[in-house]
Ligand binder design. Structure first.
Ligand code: NAD
Length: 354
């Protein structure tokens, strides 16, 4: 088992990492009951293993919310607070988020605001959660159709990353998680890029999982509050979030990672237009993204709507569009100013815009 410390969080990574949870709770939490936040899917796929590991040492109070990004809302945060109040939860109780990034984002926010902050722990169960969402202390819900509009930086007391949960993850969700692994390779670790498997629906080896997690840990360790370097983690996310938001409003379901892949494709093009990366290298990257992720067509998007969503992006300053853009495989710059025309022409290369 590997143990990391990151801004007040203890992070346990390894096969059977989950088995360390009861002892960790015994040493750090006085309460004999735990609140467990799950969605309807992780309740079925992950909660039974969680309960068996707890060996009846704790009373388990389950809080279940519906699955999916559309439910990462303030309303469901309120639901969690009501359930905590129903049980007279106090600050020294602990809320354990057992699920993908939707659950850890919402659970982290709910716990951080409840009575000015109760203990919370993350157990990520999706590839996206293990390599990215659960690490780094960003918590949020979507609001008024703006991704992650309401949130705060707040670190869980501990994180247990156990690949056993990946066994029940549907193939589409595995491919979704690969998006962040590939992003980590493009921004900081060419060795991950070189070792990518052929099959996007296969779980990564434990070694690759560790290298991907290492990128996130290093970047966050150096710049927790995202004053500078941490912005490289946003590569693919400026366009990705806008595309994800546009699809949130429509019937076509597009997962976060799927939107980020489109974002990386377009933002690599922007990097070419801004003379940050050579056209040859960009083509190599883009072709690999298209084949590895088996990309098909996206629905036509409205250019004005896209620009409007980009204006809401938290990374912007003084109404300038600021991007994190790769300069090579394994290297990324941040705060790159990009003009609206460059954005739209780069989007148009891959997605039809009306
Ligand atoms: N806080 C951050 O730094 C950060 C970083 C990246 C992504 N995110 C957020 O994370 C979310 C995406 O995360 P996600 O892709 O994990 O989405 P998710 O939490 O919605 O999970 C995807 C689906 O997989 C199911 N699932 C999860 N684990 C499972 C398992 N072991 N077996 C079977 N089914 C399982 C869930 O029930 C859900 O239906 C987005 O909201 C995104 O904004 C946050």
């Amino acid at each position: 088992m590997i143990i990391h410390h990151l801004h007040g969080s203890e992070i346990f990574i390894g096969e059977n990492a989950l088995n360390s949870l009861p002892d960790w709770l015994g040493a750090h939490v006085t309460s004999k009951r735990v609140f467990v936040l799950v969605d309807h899917q992780t309740e079925l796929s992950c909660l039974p293993l969680f309960i068996s590991v707890m060996h009846s040492r704790y009373e388990i109070v389950k809080i279940t919310i519906p699955a999916g990004e559309r439910n990462k809302t303030l309303e469901l945060c309120v639901y969690v607070w009501n359930r905590l109040l129903d049980y007279n939860a106090v600050k020294s109780d602990v809320l354990i988020s057992l699920g993908g990034g939707m659950i850890t984002d919402l659970g982290g926010l709910a716990a951080s605001l409840y009575k000015r902050g109760m203990n919370f722990v993350h157990i990520p169960t999706s590839l996206m959660g293990m390599t990215d969402a659960a690490i780094g202390g960003k918590t949020a819900v979507d609001f008024n159709n703006i991704k992650n509009a309401i949130g705060l930086f707040s670190n869980p007391k501990s994180i247990f990353i156990d690949p056993v949960f990946l066994l029940s993850l549907p193939e589409r969700e595995i491919a979704n998680g690969w998006a962040e692994v590939v992003k980590h390779s493009l921004i900081a670790d060419v060795s991950i890029w070189n070792d990518l498997p052929v099959d996007v629906f296969a779980c990564p080896s434990f070694d690759l999982l560790l290298r991907s997690i290492a990128v996130k840990l290093t970047v966050v360790h150096d710049d927790f509050e995202e004053k500078g370097k941490r912005k490289i983690l946003n590569f693919g996310h400026t366009i990705g979030h806008a595309i994800e938001t546009i699809h949130l409003e429509s019937r076509t379901v597009l997962l976060h990672g799927e939107a980020v892949v489109w974002g990386m494709l377009v933002e690599t093009e922007i990097a070419v237009k801004k003379n940050l990366i050579s056209a040859d290298k960009a083509i190599l990257i883009q072709q690999k993204l298209i084949t590895f992720f088996c990309l098909d067509k996206l629905k036509t998007i409205n250019g004005d709507q896209l620009i409007n969503f980009l204006l809401q992006d938290k990374k912007n300053e003084q109404n300038k569009f600021l991007f994190s853009l790769i300069t090579d495989i394994g290297n990324c710059s941040w705060n790159c100013e990009v003009e609206a025309e460059v954005i739209l022409s780069s989007v148009q290369k891959f997605i039809s815009v009306q």
